[in-house]
Design a protein. Structure first.
Ligand code: AMP
Length: 280
């Protein structure tokens, strides 16, 4: 496994890989890696000759400086976790490697896809995310790129960005990896106490409860019950039932509906998100 810190070095490596007709699988991450990230890496290894992982805490996708500053960083541990599966780790030495001397962000027109949920609660987040992923795609030219369905709205938007920018890249969504308690794995979980880690399993419990009762309880009542279950543990930002393809909010559910049930909330000052996609 090779650690590369400069875009110029990475470009050279990409040239060699392409000249050898090898396929590239790419997994973008912000580091502080866990089994969830590793599941994407393993999937990439199954599908592609060469696996490249980026570890870069992208400043332009954080709308709060405090969140950026507190984001966990653990490069050495990350390298240890990846070494069995990965050919190249790209850990840009500075933001200049990605953005040049001056950060300039392209404005994407995602229609209504980037308006609700994370778009509403983290203004500018998706613009920063789409820009950095597009820059990585241009540099690395992967055949396939692997994203976690834990960030479902992000996955939808990356597929949209690929269309807009005209990349010939297959975007593959991988299932959410969870702790035994049901809590979705996240780098941010590292900032939680043991008690909070335990308590936060109420998120996946509630999502599953809503899924099970979606057929039997009217939507307004289901949502109220869900919010009530979360109430004393999480400071909830949203619990929303949306269409899995266009992300429009449901006002009632019918059999056969493909629902993207999405959650965000804060515990011990740490913001967690989770979702499930299911058919009613
Ligand atoms: P991040 O480092 O949080 O930006 O995540 C990098 C990639 O890993 C994204 O595509 C995430 O959706 C994915 N990911 C994060 N947590 C999980 C998880 N628990 N299960 C599966 N994929 C995940």
């Amino acid at each position: 496994m090779q650690l590369i810190q400069f875009s110029s070095d990475l470009k050279q490596e990409i040239q060699h890989i392409k000249a050898a007709n090898q396929t590239i699988g790419f997994v973008p991450t912000m580091g502080a890696l866990h089994e969830g990230h590793l599941s994407l890496v393993k999937e990439a290894k199954k599908h592609c000759d060469v696996v490249i992982v980026s570890i870069y805490v992208n400043p332009t996708q954080f709308n709060k400086k405090e969140d950026l500053d507190k984001y966990p960083r653990a490069l050495e541990q990350d390298m240890e976790l990846l070494k069995e599966y990965v050919n190249i780790v790209f850990n840009p030495q500075s933001d200049v490697e990605i953005y040049g001397e001056e950060i300039q962000l392209k404005a994407y027109d995602f229609g209504k896809l980037d308006e609700p949920l994370e778009g509403a609660f983290r203004p500018g987040h998706f613009r920063g995310m789409a820009n950095v992923v597009s820059k990585f795609f241009a540099l690395i030219q992967p055949n396939k790129a692997f994203f976690g369905l834990k960030d479902y709205q992000q996955y939808v938007l990356v597929k949209e960005m690929v269309k807009i920018d005209g990349y010939d890249i297959e975007v593959i969504g991988c299932p959410t990896v969870r702790e035994e308690s049901g809590l979705a794995m996240s780098s941010r979980n590292r900032r939680l106490s043991t008690a909070a880690l335990d308590a936060a399993s109420i998120i996946s419990y509630t999502l599953n409860y809503c899924k099970i009762y979606a057929k039997h309880i009217p939507l307004a009542q289901l949502k109220e019950t869900g919010l009530h279950m979360l109430k004393n543990i999480m400071e909830t930002e949203y619990l929303e039932f949306r269409t899995a393809d266009t992300l429009e909010e449901y006002d009632h559910l019918s059999t056969g509906d493909n629902v993207f049930l999405s959650y965000a909330g804060v515990i011990e000052g740490v913001r967690l998100i989770d979702n499930i996609v299911f058919e009613v």
